[in-house]
Design a protein around this ligand. Structure first.
Ligand SMILES: Nc1ncnc2c1ncn2[C@@H]1O[C@H](COP(=O)(O)OP(=O)(O)OP(=O)(O)O)[C@@H](O)[C@H]1O
Ligand SMILES: [Mg+2]
Length: 385
């Protein structure tokens, strides 16, 4: 099932600092055809080789365009999707080897917060029932202080005590997200995967929820994987950031270094599209506009997945060989900064110059972002070149 060398995976998982260790993770969804959908005619390569580690207590931000596989990765990490290949080690335990009750017990340590709090909360259940559900499943209601725990949870997420008897529709969007967070916290997890936790909320409420997540992290010693297409959210929250493109990481670094020194052509394009508050800097910056859309994950390009849109593409290596995520031997780049580009050093030194990208035919991805936006802003801006 796995192509991962067991020795390597074990060594890293034993590192006390690493809480989550993902190796060679793949999730391919079969595309079925036929009257009873009995023929597999292809696959959506939603996650296609993800390697990353999340350290205890840190916030790891995962960014990428709509449809690049972020949510599928988050779900696969929690074993909510069947893995096509690869391994997920949580706190040294290989989750892929667990089944049934053993897996259920491990799940308590990993919870998810969703983008749409209304869609993820059962409208027929009161807040009390919603919170008790998870606690009951893990035997946390047997103790006498379960009631006190509910009160403490509400306090922790900034909801009034009388919220317990109310239903989700009686709350505002921001409050509902607080309920979603309380529900995740109720089982005392170590890791929270927050998939676009604020993108469905009003801008005025977003900062409050981000601040709450940060406070809770400190209070409960939580580890976060925050998935977002909004670079501002991720930058604000994350210690480290991974940039995803068509199912795998193209770059990973400490948050500050990623913004100061983006090395992968895709990350450079993302960063060049982020507005800078200083108008002088803003005017002097060069925007890198990428041609075309994200290719379909059902038919990804050969070689480097990004070569069809890359302004630094070199023939023919980029078209034929898929680059590995690797560290660079450059003085200004720290050891934890990894890039999947054959030419990262030459691009950084200016030896390889950016060129016009001819319109390479790319198939439009069947997905759209839930809120219609992309990392680049309006689609027309990307296609302007
Ligand atoms: N259950 C499924 N069956 C088939 N294809 C799927 C399934 N779930 C996701 N996909 C496809 O996998 C690809 C990755 O989807 P995913 O939802 O992980 O992307 P994402 O990066 O989270 O996008 P967004 O920013 O829009 O949330 C998409 O092409 C999507 O259509
Ligand atoms: Mg998603």
């Amino acid at each position: 099932m796995s192509t991962v060398a067991p020795e390597t995976a074990r060594t890293d998982a034993q590192d006390g600092d690493v809480l989550v260790d993902v190796r060679g993770l793949k999730v391919h969804f079969p595309i079925k055809r036929g009257i009873i959908f009995d023929r597999t005619v292809g696959y959506v390569y939603a996650v296609d080789g993800m390697d990353l580690q999340i350290r205890r207590g840190e916030t790891y931000g995962l960014v990428g365009e709509s449809g690049c596989g972020k949510s599928t990765f988050g779900r696969a990490l929690l074993q909510l999707e069947e893995l096509t290949d690869g391994e997920v080690h949580f706190d040294g335990v290989d989750l892929s080897s667990l089944k049934g009750e053993e897996l259920r017990l491990q799940r308590r340590h990993m919870q998810m917060v969703f983008q749409d709090p209304m869609g993820s909360l059962d409208p027929r259940q009161t807040v009390e029932q919603l919170l008790l559900e998870g606690m009951r499943a893990h035997g946390l209601t047997k103790t006498q202080d379960a009631r006190q725990r509910l009160v403490d949870l509400l306090k922790a997420v900034g909801l009034p005590r009388n919220a317990l008897n109310k239903y989700p529709h009686e709350f505002s969007g921001g409050q509902r997200q607080r309920i979603g967070i309380a529900r995740a916290l109720a089982v005392d997890p170590q890791l929270i995967v927050a998939d676009e936790p604020v993108s469905a909320l009003d801008v005025s409420v977003q900062a409050q929820v981000i601040n709450l997540l940060e406070d809770l992290q400190e209070q409960f010693g939580l580890t976060y994987l925050v998935i977002a297409h909004d670079l501002a959210v991720v930058r604000h929250m994350s210690d480290r950031i991974g940039v995803m493109y068509l199912g795998s990481l193209v770059e990973e670094s400490h948050a500050d270094e990623l913004y100061a020194e983006p090395l992968h052509p895709y990350t450079r394009a993302l960063m060049s599209a982020v507005p800078v508050p200083d108008p002088v800097v803003e005017d002097s910056r060069e925007q890198i506009l990428l041609p075309g859309d994200l290719p379909s994950p059902a038919n990804p390009p050969s070689g480097c997945r990004f070569h069809t849109r890359c302004p630094w593409r070199q023939e023919t290596l980029c078209d034929t060989e898929r680059p590995q995520l690797r560290t660079l031997d450059l003085p200004e780049v720290t050891a934890g900064h990894r890039v999947a580009c054959h030419w990262a050093e030459q691009i950084a030194s200016g030896e390889i110059q950016r060129h016009e990208v001819s319109a390479v035919a790319t198939e439009r991805t069947p997905t759209g972002s839930a809120d219609g936006s992309s990392l680049f802003g309006p689609q027309s801006e990307i296609e302007a070149e």
